[in-house]
Design a protein around this ligand. Structure first.
Ligand SMILES: C[S@@+](CC[C@H](N)C(=O)[O-])C[C@H]1O[C@@H](n2cnc3c(N)ncnc32)[C@H](O)[C@@H]1O
Length: 207
């Protein structure tokens, strides 16, 4: 039987809790056991594939590099300037935030945001180990705990695809941007409507 019918968003709502649980579990697993097998590229191999500068990867704490779980390179177009305030949406183990912190310098600020408090503490510890500061907020990208117009740049790497409420996320990130602010997002999109069996599979969402 082919599955061409996809349930409307409100009927998918009960799935959200299950999928969020799997998302939390999966990325914490990458952070705690990066040597494990995952069905997506991660760590230094992924970062090199996406064109991260070798110098960054040599300079960042090994734990942040090994647990990197992005899907691209948001730094290629972010044009981050010294003194700016950057929000790293879904900051994970912190590699992207650390790279942003080097770019904003001592007069700038990097704010992390992650659903999972364990990831937030990891990102902050990795930043401290590389001599910079990330203030990571535990929270959801669908309801960003920051005031309107408070950040110059939003970066995000492989995170928005994990949300059930992507329009809401986009609305939120434009809300927190200052007028003239910028976004640099790398993420996964599908050109085709995914079948209900894929949409219903927490493991496929969390990848
Ligand atoms: C693909 S990883 C981020 C990779 C990261 N940029 C790096 O440098 O490794 C996804 C992260 O987003 C977080 N996340 C997932 N859903 C979220 C949500 N709704 N709100 C905030 N963070 C979320 C996960 O806990 C996970 O740490």
């Amino acid at each position: 039987m082919t599955e061409s019918v996809v349930l409307p968003a409100e009927q998918q709502a009960p799935l959200e809790g299950v999928i969020t649980g799997e998302v939390v579990r999966m990325y914490q697993e990458v952070a705690e056991h990066p040597e494990g097998e995952f069905h997506f590229y991660h760590g230094r191999q992924a970062a090199e594939l996406f064109g991260y500068e070798r110098d960054w990867l040599d300079r960042a704490p090994p734990g942040a590099v090994a647990s990197f779980a992005g899907v691209g390179n948001p730094h290629l177009r972010s044009r981050i300037q010294p003194g700016e305030t950057v929000l790293d949406l879904g900051s994970g183990a912190g590699l992207d935030g650390i790279i942003a912190a080097w770019q904003v310098g001592p007069l700038g600020r990097v704010i992390g945001l992650d659903l999972n408090p364990t990831m937030c503490r990891k990102a902050e510890a990795h930043a401290a180990a590389s001599g910079v500061r990330i203030a990571c907020h535990e929270g959801r990208m669908e309801d960003i705990p920051l005031p309107d117009g408070s950040v110059d740049v939003v970066i995000s790497n492989g995170v928005i695809n994990l949300s059930f409420r992507k329009r809401r996320v986009i609305h939120e990130l434009f809300r927190v941007l200052k007028p003239g602010g910028r976004v640099s997002i790398t993420d996964i999109v599908s050109a085709k409507q995914l079948s209900q069996s894929i949409v219903n599979d927490p493991k496929l969402w969390a990848s």
